[in-house]
Design a protein around this ligand. Structure first.
Ligand SMILES: [Zn+2]
Ligand SMILES: [Zn+2]
Length: 201
């Protein structure tokens, strides 16, 4: 009976399978991972909403659905600490260190994996803004800056974590923002990869 089924019916069954079984499993995994990492930037609820909409539409570049694009567009009451024509800086809502800021580009870029050699200047400007906000708060050393690597990004809009003092972070934060962890890459390492290979591995 199966053999006589036209191809389109197989395709239909396939897509039903994906909707009914694969996507819920993926969602479950993503949420489990995120609950382990304890999302820092937004609430778990909006993270799972973001994930769901990501998987359903596979288009995160629509600013309506992106919480960080909403911050860029002044659609939230997030306090903007610094900004220029390219970047915006604000506090992480769940700080992993005494000083914990996020610097994001106004243009939506999903993650550091979407960066190209052309973006070196942008990333350097992000670091510069990170330094500025720390200087404003009289922090000059013991700084850690870097990106989360997909799929460990709680918000799919590129954000540079700026943390200090790095050596005084509790072990959970050391794990989440540690240079040795599998889900975090320091900005120095990301920049050197961008310059030599044209992408972040
Ligand atoms: Zn965005
Ligand atoms: Zn992050």
């Amino acid at each position: 009976m199966l053999r006589s089924m036209p191809i389109c019916q197989f395709a239909l069954i396939d897509s039903l399978c994906v909707r009914l079984f694969v996507l819920p499993v993926l969602r479950g995994h993503a949420q489990t991972l995120l609950s382990i990492l304890r999302p820092h930037d937004v609430t778990a609820r909006s993270v799972s909403d973001t994930l769901n909409s990501l998987m359903e539409t596979q288009d995160a570049s629509d600013s309506d659905d992106c919480p960080f694009c909403q911050i860029v567009n002044n659609q939230t009451d997030t306090e903007i600490l610094l900004s220029d024509d390219q970047l915006v800086c604000f506090r992480d809502t769940t700080p992993g260190a005494t000083h914990h800021y996020l610097v994001i580009p106004r243009t939506h870029i999903d993650s550091c994996r979407n960066l190209q050699r052309d973006n070196v200047a942008l990333v350097e400007q992000m670091v510069e803004m990170g330094r500025s906000i720390l200087e404003k708060n009289k922090v000059l050393d013991d700084v850690r800056m870097g990106f989360h690597l997909p799929p460990f990004t709680s918000v799919p809009h590129l954000h540079l974590h700026v943390l200090a003092p790095a050596s005084k972070m509790v072990s959970k934060s050391q794990l989440r923002y540690g240079p040795q962890s599998h889900w975090f890459i320091t900005v120095d390492k990301a920049l050197s990869q961008l310059k030599t290979r044209g992408k972040v591995k």
